[in-house]
Design a protein around this ligand. Sequence first.
Ligand code: LIP
Length: 264
Amino acid sequence: MNPPELAQRLHAAEAVSRDAGRLATRYLADPDALEVTLKGAQDVLTAADGAVERLIVATLRAAFPRDAFLGEEGGRVNGGGPDDACWVIDPIDGTANFARGLPHWCVSIALVVAGRTELGVIYDAGADLLYAATRGAGAWRNGERVSVSTTTDLARATVDVGYSSRTPVEAFGDLVTVLLRRGINVTQCGSAALGLARVADGRLDGYAERHLFAWDALAGLLLVEEAGGCANAFLTGDALTAGNETIAATPALYAVLVDTLAGR
Ligand code: LIP
């Protein structure tokens, strides 16, 4: 994909993420319309998730009819071969927070081309913060360049973590215990994409979760890399559909997180 084609897609993703955030916010104004259900234990789904994803897919498909789509709620649309452009969409990341009117949720859109994330957009509608990155062109928040923190002292570091029933409770407990024992402050905001965006803009120093799906993680991982941080190679094997572990941090903290998740 050439730079002008990528630039067109970034502009479209930024615009539709704002529209998606406005649509999700309208649902919050009418709790009866939310229709909150569970896909599994603590795996919340609302009517807004589907409506927002349909808006994003319809808008981007009209603009880029040859592109493929992979959404958290709608699955694969337009098929596409391994070298085609594929949009990877989490319409509302942090759905459990969204369903209860808590602030930590966002729209997350990534574009994968030939197995590599080439652009990522995360929109924190509650705070009106639009994060965007294309590979090699830096990470941005509301049009201003951002970078990871310069934290090196673990006693000053804060790492956001996430958990889902897809991984053992004990493994999550071990992760938190080891980080706390190393003097690191641990938070769990409940949205991986937002946690990763906040690593990119320097307000957090790392993010770790033992399993995430591509739609949760890809946009945020690119933001962190483009902001001067380190991130694990998420898209190995069948990770685009099966998911993978997610580790992203400042250069000073990254090895600590890798070792902690590896039990070293
Ligand atoms: C959520 C992630 C969160 C993770 C949750 C869930 P969703 O995504 O952002 O970090 O811990 O288990 O996967 O379901 O709100 O899109």
